[in-house]
Ligand binder design. Structure first.
Ligand code: R5P
Length: 292
């Protein structure tokens, strides 16, 4: 059975349809102090597939996920597969400044200690995070379905794939190969204390008249994309489309990005919003089938 977390109702429904299995929407109550109460009918000894994306309110979504896992374990579920399309806290995967806590390792411990058998996630920020899990975790790439969407819906012949930073090179290369396009990696630096981002304006490549397909794993405040757009526009890029797996779109990010000259933002439905045009359900269902 597929159990929908409050953060992923539609995606969970779609996965249950793809798998042709029972769908359960838990009863949710939010108390005035912010606590969640969740009711799930008995799952007996079934294989439970819980779907819950960890976008804001992140900590609430995490505790709801842990409660659902806990309930399935108490009901002696035969297996607990947890699908976390957007894995929060994965950006702190190492100690950058002395005294910092590796938050993804804390989250990993909580998820597995509650009784999870296996985890499936999508385009985790850095694969290093996977090493903090001691249970099976599969990191699914959304790049092929994002590429497919572009091929079907956009004219991309005059485009160049752009990664806003070096960390995104592998991702950019992969989609560039699928779409048979050229690639450019911008040189982004982030001040670890202030969080301020800057991007080198000299690209070392003539891009005048080309269209850009900017690709990132996530858009949070939109700061990186806005800075990248400024640099690209200075270098006389024509149109810009932004592609990402996880569109968090915090602090008016959508408005800021559109004002920076972006035509369209295309993301998966790991986070349901106006930009989530690419459905993850088919690939997530395939992963479940192929591992069981
Ligand atoms: C950073 O390394 C990530 O890949 C994203 O570029 C970043 O998290 C996006 O954040 P924001 O939208 O706040 O710039």
């Amino acid at each position: 059975m597929v159990i929908a977390g409050p953060g992923s109702l539609d995606l969970a429904k779609s996965i249950s349809k793809n798998l042709n299995v029972e769908f359960i929407e838990p009863e949710l109550k939010l108390f005035s102090d912010g606590e969640s109460k969740i009711r799930i009918p008995s799952v007996d000894h079934k294989h439970c597939i819980i779907v819950q994306s960890l976008y804001p309110p992140i900590d609430r979504h995490i505790i709801q996920l842990l409660m659902m896992i806990h309930k399935c374990r108490r009901d002696n579920a035969s297996k607990i597969t947890v699908i976390i399309p957007y894995m929060a806290y994965a950006r702190q995967d190492k100690v950058f400044l002395e005294g910092e806590i590796i938050s993804i390792s804390v989250l990993a411990e909580l998820i597995q200690n509650c009784g999870t058998t296996e985890v499936i996630t999508v385009d985790i920020h850095n694969e290093l995070s996977l090493s903090y899990f001691s249970i099976t975790i599969k990191n699914v790439s959304a790049i092929p379905i994002l590429a497919e969407y572009l091929k079907k819906n956009k004219t991309i012949e005059n485009s160049i794939i752009v990664s806003p930073d070096k960390g995104g090179t592998k991702r950019a290369k992969k989609i560039a190969e699928l779409l048979k396009l050229q690639i450019l990696c911008l040189k982004k630096t982030r001040d670890r204390k202030t969080g301020l981002v800057s991007i080198e304006e000299n690209l070392g490549l003539v891009v005048e008249g080309l269209d850009a397909i900017l690709i990132d794993d996530m858009i949070s405040t939109g700061g990186s994309i806005v800075k990248a757009c400024r640099v690209l526009k200075k270098n006389k890029i024509r149109n810009i489309i932004v592609l990402c797996t996880h569109a968090l779109l915090l602090d008016n990010a959508l408005e800021k990005i559109i004002n920076a000259g972006v035509q369209e933002i295309i993301s998966t439905n790991s986070i349901p919003n106006i930009c989530s045009k690419v459905d993850l359900a088919p690939i997530l269902s395939n992963v479940v089938v192929n591992t069981n």
